[in-house]
Ligand binder design. Structure first.
Ligand code: URP
Ligand code: ZN
Ligand code: ZN
Length: 489
């Protein structure tokens, strides 16, 4: 197939210019003007920005949720990411019950995800069951194209939790083979103390989720993680940074030349913690994610941090917990809602670009180049999949988003599906959207709609909106990505 994308304005992390893009097969063959036909297809991008397909650094599909029991929404729901302009998700592969990480990656690629993923998929390992074997698995994961791993410093009492010794051991092993370490940084004892104090005082409403996850608990864990990473000289990504105190730890570390990369997420940039004050607990529970949502002062800080690059990537942290699982917050025995029982996490892969464009670019808070950098280019570099992904260049995969800056709408579940039965951005104004999306040269979204068939998919007795026959390919990542470049500076 020879496809011409013409008359658009190409936006990369460095540049913006008018040019046509010639696609041959799955790759960008040339960028220029006046290409000679014949073409199998010509796509007119007049009035559109042509962006690299989005790369989402942080997605949890079919992964063990933070309660250590439930599973996040199935891979068939990944079409929502494509519809929102994300052509590659970097998904977390947790341990399957009783399985080591190497086998879990094979199981994920060959069974769980096979034929079901709509965008392309790269993987982070996510150790949720540390055993004697874990350290020897780290170089094997890298060889398999999984050059990053996440550890949870929170969720004590579940198999997700990693103590400091395990964290240090993993950092040492990772550093020897070019793996990036990622951490969920919250001090679990601070959380437990605050949560237990709230419960002892009879406070169980959803708002106690944010009231018992204080910024100092996040910042303490971030600072400890940074010290460990620096001692071992292993690059580290602090994921889902939510607040000033944690961001300041990263800003200082970067100023001192440490190889630390910060990630934040759309919900921390645009949503307020008071969402959890909703009088109906079923609704309030939807915004229970960790770290907790904060307030406007923190949002302003996070935008500044992204602009000034001590936070460098924006991942969705898509954790599609359906309402039926959010409803686990009901404590039958005591006949009351208890925020501690709610599985953490929000869906958001579909609205990552919408939120960043509307409240970043359109609001004058970031340039289009910065938008591309944090949503596409830096996540690809971080995960060793650049320049195949994350940019518009000759030889790169032809993953393109024809972004319509004139679109105006309101985010609703109907217009902005999430795969589950609610959207945490419901009611927000949206400016601009992915009008047409190409994945490796194939048009998969047109006029803002995914072209594949959408139907109900049942997993663990819960119905989701899924698409079957996913065309996504596994994109192996190379080790020694962006974090190791920082280490050399
Ligand atoms: O609450 C969250 N963030 N859930 C997803 C899992 C994680 O901690 O990233
Ligand atoms: Zn996390
Ligand atoms: Zn996450």
């Amino acid at each position: 197939m020879r496809v011409l994308v013409k008359n658009g304005t190409i936006v990369t992390a460095e540049n913006e210019y008018k040019a046509d893009i010639l696609i041959e097969g799955e790759k960008i063959a040339a960028i220029g003007m006046h290409f000679d036909g014949p073409f199998d297809r010509e796509i007119d991008a007049e009035g559109m920005y042509v962006l690299p397909g989005g790369v989402d650094n942080h997605a949890h599909f079919e992964a063990l949720n933070t309660d250590g029991v439930t599973t996040n929404e199935p891979y068939e729901t990944t079409w929502v990411a494509l519809q929102g302009g994300t052509t590659t998700i970097v998904d977390f592969c947790t341990n399957e019950p009783g399985m080591n990480l190497v086998d879990s990656v094979n199981y994920r690629l060959n069974v769980r995800a096979k034929g079901k993923v709509a965008p392309d998929i790269a993987l982070h390992a996510c150790c949720t069951d540390y055993t004697d074997e874990t350290l020897s698995e780290i170089p094997k994961l890298v060889e398999m194209g999984v050059p990053s791993m996440k550890l949870f410093m929170a969720y004590k009492g579940t198999s997700l939790y990693m103590d400091d010794m395990k964290l240090l051991n993993c950092l040492e092993a990772a550093q020897k083979c070019g793996m990036l370490m990622m951490v969920h940084a919250e001090n679990p004892d601070v959380l437990d103390k605050c949560r237990n104090d709230a419960a002892a005082a009879g406070h169980y409403e959803a708002k106690y989720h944010y009231m018992t996850r204080p910024p100092y608990g996040e910042a303490e864990a971030v600072s400890r993680a940074i010290r460990f990473a620096d001692a071992v000289k292993c690059p580290m990504c602090i994921v889902h940074v939510s607040c000033i105190e944690a961001g300041e730890e990263i800003r200082r570390a970067r100023a001192e030349g440490k190889a630390i990369i910060g990630e934040t997420c759309p919900h921390y940039l645009v949503l307020d913690k008071h969402k959890m004050d909703h009088p109906d607990w079923h609704v309030a529970a939807r915004w229970i994610c960790s770290p907790a949502l904060r307030d406007k002062e923190n949002q302003d800080y996070l935008w500044k941090a992204l602009n000034e690059d001590w936070l460098s990537v924006c991942g969705s942290d898509n954790s599609g917990t359906p309402q039926a699982q959010k409803d686990w917050g009901w404590d039958e025995e005591n006949q009351r809602f208890d925020f501690r029982k709610v599985p953490n996490g929000c869906p958001g892969a579909g609205d990552r670009l919408n939120a960043l464009w509307t409240y970043g670019v359109e609001a004058g808070r970031m340039t289009r180049q910065k938008f591309v950098d944090v949503c596409c280019t830096l996540p690809a570099k971080l995960n060793g999949i650049f320049p195949r992904k994350g940019t518009i260049a000759v030889g790169s995969d032809a993953d393109l988003v024809l972004f319509d800056p004139t679109y105006r709408g309101t985010i609703t579940l109907e217009t902005n599906p999430t795969g589950v039965d609610y959207n945490v951005f419901e009611g927000l104004e949206q400016k601009g959207r992915a009008d047409t999306v190409l994945l490796r040269g194939n048009v998969v979204v047109e006029k803002g709609k995914y072209l594949g068939e959408i139907k109900e998919v049942v997993m663990d007795g819960i119905t989701y909106l899924g698409a079957t026959g996913g065309q996504g390919k596994f994109i192996p990542g190379k080790p020694y990505g962006l974090g190791y470049d920082l280490l050399k500076k």
